[in-house]
Design a binder for this molecule. Structure first.
Ligand SMILES: NC(=O)c1ccc[n+]([C@@H]2O[C@H](COP(=O)([O-])OP(=O)(O)OC[C@H]3O[C@@H](n4cnc5c(N)ncnc54)[C@H](OP(=O)(O)O)[C@@H]3O)[C@@H](O)[C@H]2O)c1
Length: 264
């Protein structure tokens, strides 16, 4: 990020997990002068802002409280940016969550909330931030997807489908924007020990430890892939192999295997 016109990085979902580590890593390693943290829980972001200011006292850290599942959530976030929008060099669409369970036992409100945050808000934030980047001829958008994007997942059906949207949308945009100086990256991690699993199904992930990636390591890899302008990045080698091999198996078999893992 050596372009002097770009001085701002925006991180959504900056109150916990991967979002916190992304903000810390951006502040530690990139030369943005302003970082905007957004999520619903202000106290969490204030604690993070204090850490960031300790790390880099000259950094301008701003907090925008916005509920991205609300109809006006994206408007609230962009209103909170004031005049910073033209200076955004890196926009990180990280906010997201998934409810696990049988589709028919999930309420319409739960399903809407998931799609509102994981898909609708991500798409509208991207649509609003890209014009200034394109006009300037530089900018990066990092969209946090998941390895769940690569296969249907029974008992996590809507979440997996929402992440498949993020992957497909990001890849398509990366192509549309080729040669403009603006890049879009879909980051597709496997399981990370964050609050995600508490929200997903009130159960902890109990897969073997070697499948985990720490949010800190994931954040570093996500930023490296974004700065390199990669369209898609899967951080764990095992999942790179799994997503590659899954192309050669029938989708019905993939559903059966992932269903076994996610049922309980
Ligand atoms: N953990 C995993 O195993 C895993 C694997 C693959 C992909 N991912 C993806 O990684 C991203 C980060 O998740 P995480 O693992 O760091 O989980 P997390 O610790 O639960 O963090 C999720 C973040 O999203 C924000 N968020 C949730 N609902 C929101 C809403 N309505 N409006 C605004 N912000 C909202 C949360 O902030 P507030 O609650 O304060 O609003 C929080 O900062 C998500 O997109 C997730 O789907 C996670």
């Amino acid at each position: 990020m050596n372009d002097t016109a770009v001085s701002t990085c925006v991180v959504t979902g900056a109150s916990s997990g991967l979002g916190v580590e992304l903000a810390l890593e951006v502040a530690a390693t990139l030369d943005f002068t302003t970082i905007v943290l957004s999520a619903r829980r202000r106290e969490r972001m204030e604690a993070l802002a204090a850490r960031l200011r300790e790390q880099r006292p000259e950094l301008d850290v701003r907090i925008v409280v916005a509920d991205l599942s609300a109809p006006d959530g994206v408007d609230t976030l962009f209103a909170g940016l004031d005049d910073l929008l033209p200076t955004v060099g890196l926009w990180i669409n990280n906010a997201g969550f998934g409810y696990r369970g049988p589709f028919l036992e999930q309420t319409a409100q739960e399903l809407d909330r998931m799609l509102d945050v994981d898909v609708r808000a991500l798409m509208h934030c991207t649509r609003r931030v890209l014009p200034a980047m394109k006009a300037r001829g530089s900018g990066r958008v990092l969209n946090v997807s998941s390895v769940a994007a690569f296969s249907p997942i029974p008992w996590f059906a809507v979440y997996a489908a929402s992440k498949a949207f993020v992957l497909s949308f990001s890849e398509a945009l990366a192509h549309e924007l080729a040669g403009t100086g603006v890049t879009v990256t879909a980051f597709c991690p496997g399981p990370m020990p964050t609050e995600f699993f508490d929200i997903a199904g009130k159960t902890r992930w109990h897969g073997p430890g070697f499948l985990w990636i720490t949010p800190r390591k994931a954040a570093r890899e996500a930023l490296d892939a974004t700065l390199a302008g990669q369209a898609v990045h899967i951080p764990q080698r095992l999942f790179v192999l799994q997503t590659f091999l899954s192309r050669f198996f029938p989708r019905g078999l993939i559903s059966a295997v992932s269903g076994r893992i996610f049922r309980d």
